[in-house]
Design a protein around this ligand. Structure first.
Ligand SMILES: Nc1nc2c(ncn2[C@@H]2O[C@H](COP(=O)(O)OP(=O)(O)OP(=O)(O)O)[C@@H](O)[C@H]2O)c(=O)[nH]1
Length: 394
């Protein structure tokens, strides 16, 4: 037969399993995981104490067990808040938990009332569950899949609804405060729903954690962290999309490959940190002068690629000349000193049927020639034939 003790024990075991899962994610350093882990551990401690009601002193099974449960709910909320970068509000939470502990003592030892104690606890759970939903939904990151956020918020709301119903139900019971009140049918039903929801809420937290780790990995794979330009891999993926679009819409597409001149000398003169600063500043200046839709990527070392959709050779040449002139004028200063630099640029405009590899080989060849002709210049490869690089423009 389903008793309150068996439900509490099963929920405690499920929470233990979820704590183990969260424990494996602790080293992910995703904000909130530590708090969700602590929340589950507290549930694991508190529920058996509640289940031992009548077998151990009431101070432990009522006051301590419920206070630890309130702390578990607080930790769950703080986990959600920290996960989306919001302040944890510990002062308010701790003050509420102290008041709850006092309330439990009063309504156990001064006036023994189970309904009031249940109402105190369920009101607190309900408030924190609603707050967790709100904080997750209000601060979900704009460019991520929101399924996990809605899932976590919906579960927290289901748990909140269970708690609210349970609190109202107990207040309406016209019975003396005996523990038999807990074993009535509707309390068991609400507890079963709560028992299923509670570990599932942690599952939602695990899903959020995985999503966050995936976002970090994607970011690391797609961005160059020194310059915040796209990674080579990402630029190649964008190039393939843009080539498909150019082919479909019969629009031009140009590629610039840019290399900072004598960069080894810059490193030797200003140190590696100075060289890094030059790369960062060059990328920042270049990004600021491009249009939305243009894509800047770092191909490696001091070499960058820029994809210019809807841009023919003349348009690309104008942009490349502007970048070359801006770089020549650009004085970068910092703790390392003051540094002037210049760039060389190779340009190729996409020809129908051409792959990105072939397009970049042509732009690279133009760049190579620009370097050989003295650097600080722009060269265009206008021919599809790899052997016929001819056109040059400084
Ligand atoms: N500071 C810094 N230096 C880098 C980075 N990546 C590559 N380099 C350095 O960039 C320099 C590139 O040197 P080279 O390939 O000889 O080319 P260069 O001196 O620019 O000469 P040209 O390209 O022929 O004008 C090497 O010394 C690399 O160590 C980086 O992320 N930061």
């Amino acid at each position: 037969m389903l008793t309150l003790a068996s439900i509490l024990t099963t929920t405690a075991l499920l929470s233990l399993a979820m704590a183990i899962v969260l424990g494996s994610l602790l080293r992910s350093s995703v904000p909130g995981v530590q708090e969700w882990f602590a929340s589950n551990l507290m549930v694991v401690i508190a529920l058996p104490l509640l289940a031992l009601r009548d077998l151990i002193p009431d101070f432990i099974s009522v006051v301590i067990a419920n206070t630890v449960l309130a702390l578990a709910a607080a930790y769950y909320f703080v986990g959600c808040a920290r996960f989306v970068g919001q302040p944890p509000r510990w002062k308010l939470l701790i003050s509420s938990i102290v008041l709850i502990a006092l309330g439990l003592i009063i309504w156990r030892y001064a006036i023994n009332s189970i309904p009031v104690r249940v109402l105190i606890m369920t009101t607190f759970f309900c408030t924190l569950c609603v707050s967790s939903s709100v904080v997750l939904l209000r601060h979900k990151p704009p460019h991520r899949n929101h399924y996990n956020y809605w899932f976590a918020a919906a579960l927290a709301l289901i748990f909140a609804a269970c708690q609210l119903t349970r609190g109202i139900y107990f207040i309406t019971l016209d019975e003396p405060s005996s523990t038999m009140m807990f074993d009535n049918f509707w309390n068991i039903v609400l507890m079963v729903i709560g028992a299923v929801t509670l570990p599932t809420m942690t599952m939602a937290a695990v899903m959020l954690t995985h999503d966050s780790m995936l976002a970090t990995l994607e970011d690391a794979a797609n961005h160059d962290h020194l310059t915040e330009a796209m990674s080579r891999k990402r630029l190649e993926a964008v190039a393939r999309e843009q080539i498909m679009r150019a082919a479909k819409l019969a629009r031009p597409l140009s590629l610039l490959i840019i290399d900072l001149d004598h960069f080894k000398r810059i490193n030797d003169t200003f140190g590696h940190a100075g060289g890094d600063e030059v790369l960062r500043e060059f990328a920042r200046m270049t990004r600021a002068s491009l249009r939305d839709g243009d894509a800047l990527g770092r191909l490696g070392g001091e070499e960058f690629g820029i994809l210019l959709p809807n841009t023919d050779t003349n348009g690309a040449l104008a942009i490349a000349r502007r970048l070359r002139e801006d770089s020549e004028r650009h004085l970068i200063s910092g703790a390392f000193g003051e540094c002037h630099y210049s760039i060389s640029i190779g340009i190729a405009t996409w020809r129908d049927g051409e792959s990105f590899d072939r397009l970049s080989i042509r732009a690279d060849r133009a760049l190579y020639t620009a370097k050989n002709e003295g650097r600080n210049r722009v060269l265009v490869d206008e021919h599809n034939n790899l052997d016929s690089l001819t056109s040059a423009a400084a």
